[in-house]
Design a binder for this molecule. Sequence first.
Ligand SMILES: N[C@@H](CCC(=O)N[C@@H](CS)C(=O)NCC(=O)O)C(=O)O
Length: 205
Amino acid sequence: MKLYGSPFSPYVRKARVLLREKNIACEFVVVDAWAADNGIAARNPLGKVPVLQIGPDNYLFESALIVHYLDSLDGKPLQPKDAAGYWQSQWWQALGNGMIDATVARVLETRRPEDKQMPEKMQREEARIARAFSSADHAYRDGTFLVGSMFSLADLVLGVACQYIDLRYPHDWRAKHPRLKRWFDRIAGRKSFEETLPAGFVKPA
Ligand SMILES: N[C@@H](CCC(=O)N[C@@H](CS)C(=O)NCC(=O)O)C(=O)O
């Protein structure tokens, strides 16, 4: 198996953390997601990373699908077994994925020429992220993990989202949400997170 992507992409990182969690061997092929000649469009018509090669001419794209696929490989899915827990985990994943999308949208806006940037677009994404943090804080029940008593895709996706926010939209969400900070510190301390940190990233205290 080969995973194509950038070490900075949060979509790619979800797959990388999951591969480490499950000790699944997979070659990581680093590509610049924005380079025109990166060869990704031949593997994913949408031209985005991550792309997971699962056969000689067989590629999966869309991070949620790749995560779903990888999670199914070892017969030990990182999903709560009971229906209520399963759907709670899906809720957390939807929240985390939305936070990632909002942060990426904000970052892309900041990279446009200054005279073309739309402050209202950035504020809209920032408000989305702030609401998501509040909602997470409200839903979190103070456990070691977000759902039940095991590390699940809920922790993985929200953890990657929070760390991507620290990387690309650093602001003090911890001061407003100290309980979430305590949960996040445990998740970010896992080997799978530590070993997939983008180079040069310094974790905030
Ligand atoms: N919904 C996609 C989003 C993937 C995505 O936007 N990847 C970015 C890198 S962070 C990319 O490849 N962008 C290149 C482009 O839009 O041309 C997923 O979850 O995989």
